[in-house]
Write a protein that binds this ligand. Structure first.
Ligand SMILES: [Zn+2]
Length: 321
């Protein structure tokens, strides 16, 4: 019987790939230790990563040279040290930074975060954005420049810009702005901001950005199946399914706001009639009559007479623990 085919066939560049893999494992172990407020030594890293002593030593030397990892004396107070002094390793929070931009209907916010995701600069600009793409993108770039000048973080330490925008985006990254953000039709914010700032730019729908953030850093860290419903000026949702962001065939899996819920309802800003946004967005609720009469009724199966309601359950019951 022939031996099983190895998962990774040796090639001429295997040493490079294995080195990169080792670097990723070491960085992941150090990031996990930081989350748990613990510190790791080289032997700890060998145990956590399964890498050989020589590999860990080589990877750590590279990361220290690059300024990504710091090597410190553990400074044990027990005075019972034997052999060489214990050293612990940790990530340098100032090694790299990233910019976050939130473009909503009535604001632009720019945040500069360090490697640990902690904001070091945060500014909110209140302005209506729907009709002024060019001005909004210029003002965003100006805010980014302000962040750099105020903090002194050099451009080469900024990994890039992540932009969340309150607009549907298809799988190709194109804004579907018709009727939603009229001044943004045909605009490519990724290209425009890259030209204005020189940074790499990633664009994502704001509800998708929110569910990714909650899954990675927030209340949904232990859940593999999550729906985040964003009630802002409009209504949107971000969906994580089996641990991955669900975009759907057209990239619009979470676009709840323009689903028709009342065929004879009010005209929506998108041009259709009776969208969910016309009855359930914060603006629609705020504008609803206060005489006890609901302006519109959502015809949902669960609201019909005799409908059976499911008991409430922990949203993470079915997720990975
Ligand atoms: Zn609509």
């Amino acid at each position: 019987m022939s031996p099983p085919v190895p998962a990774v066939r040796p090639t001429a560049d295997s040493p490079v790939n294995l080195r990169s893999l080792g670097r990723v494992r070491v960085l992941e172990a150090l990031a996990e230790a930081r989350r748990l407020s613990s510190r790791l030594s080289r032997p700890d890293l060998m145990r956590r990563t399964g890498l050989a002593r020589a590999t860990v030593g080589s990877v750590i030397a590279d990361l220290i040279r690059a300024g990504i990892v710091t090597d410190e004396d553990a400074n044990r107070a027990d005075g019972l040290r034997t052999g060489r002094p214990a050293r612990t390793l940790s990530l340098n929070r100032h090694a790299a930074y990233a910019l976050g931009v939130d473009i909503g209907r009535d604001h632009v916010r720019v945040v500069l975060c360090d490697l640990f995701g902690e904001p070091v600069w945060d500014r909110d600009l209140h302005r209506l954005v729907d009709n002024d793409a060019d001005d909004v993108l210029t003002e965003t770039a100006e805010l980014i420049g302000q962040a750099q000048r105020a903090t002194g973080v050099p451009a080469e330490r900024i990994l890039g810009v992540g932009v969340g925008i309150a607009c549907p985006i298809d799988r190709q990254g194109t804004l579907l702005a018709e009727g939603i953000m009229p001044g943004w039709v045909g605009v490519r914010p990724t290209d425009e901001l890259r030209e204005r700032t020189g940074f790499a730019v990633r664009l994502v729908n704001d509800a998708n950005a929110a569910v990714l953030a909650e899954h990675r850093h927030g209340v949904a860290q232990r859940c593999d199946d999550v729906i985040y419903i964003r009630l802002s000026t409009g209504i949107g949702a971000g969906v994580i399914s089996d641990g991955r962001l669900l975009l759907g065939a057209g990239g619009l899996a979470g676009e709840l706001g323009h689903v028709t819920v009342e065929s004879s309802g009010a005209i929506c800003r998108c041009g259709n009639r009776g969208c969910l946004e016309t009855v359930a967005s914060p603006a629609a609720i705020a504008e609803a009559p206060v005489d006890g009469q609901r302006r519109a009724r959502v015809d949902h199966p669960a609201d019909r007479p005799g409908a059976r309601r499911r008991p409430r359950r922990d949203p993470c019951d079915g997720g990975r623990r």
